[in-house]
Design a protein around this ligand. Structure first.
Ligand SMILES: CC(C)=CCC/C(C)=C/COP(=O)(O)O
Length: 172
């Protein structure tokens, strides 16, 4: 919180929280899908959208089953949450950060510094969850592991270009 010895970094931690929130990721992927004029780009963005939705569903299921309360010192001042987000296990930000970092590293051609920044961002998202008081360390550690394996699932369920014309026709 603001009164603690590290309180001055709370605004920065909240900025990192927003960078890992589902809404900017869903909106960004949908926008890139809409704007992309190559079949390859559309394929990647469509699969990223599917991955983000899959992540919300899986995290929602685990949260609803485990029902671990958030730390008592957490202030529930997050924007746009689902009802299961009153529970803390696993951290949805951590699953998304791990899954999206793997997705970005595997599917976007990035220079080495940007690849390092992607990994650093994912780690910072994890740190911010604990520093903001949103989660216990175990919520974040499990979230990272779950997000890592969710990416394997995304690869296994990858939607091929053959499925695209029909789907894209819905938006045209
Ligand atoms: C409203 C949408 C699209 C997503 C909710 C994202 C959210 C607020 C997840 C909770 O994350 P933590 O479990 O890390 O607190």
């Amino acid at each position: 919180c603001e009164d603690s010895s590290w309180g001055s970094i709370r605004p920065l931690m909240k900025l990192i929280e927003i960078s890992g929130h589902g809404i900017p990721w869903l909106a960004g992927a949908a926008y890139c899908l809409y704007k992309s004029d190559s079949a390859a780009g559309q394929e990647v963005m469509l699969n990223l959208l599917m991955a983000l939705v899959l992540d919300l569903i899986l995290v929602g299921i685990v949260k609803a089953v485990v029902r671990r309360r958030r730390p008592a010192h957490n202030r529930m001042d997050m924007f746009a949450t689902f009802s299961v987000d009153r529970y803390s296990f696993p951290s949805g930000h951590a699953t998304r950060a791990a899954m999206c970092a793997r997705f970005v590293l595997a599917h976007l051609v990035l220079a080495a510094p940007l690849r390092v920044l992607t990994l650093l961002w994912a780690v910072l998202v994890g740190f911010s969850r604990v520093l903001l008081g949103r989660h216990n360390v175990t919520d974040v550690a499990f979230g990272f592991g779950m997000g890592y394996f969710q990416y394997n699932l995304v690869e296994a369920l990858w939607m091929s270009p053959a499925a695209l014309p029909g789907l894209m026709g819905q938006f045209a």
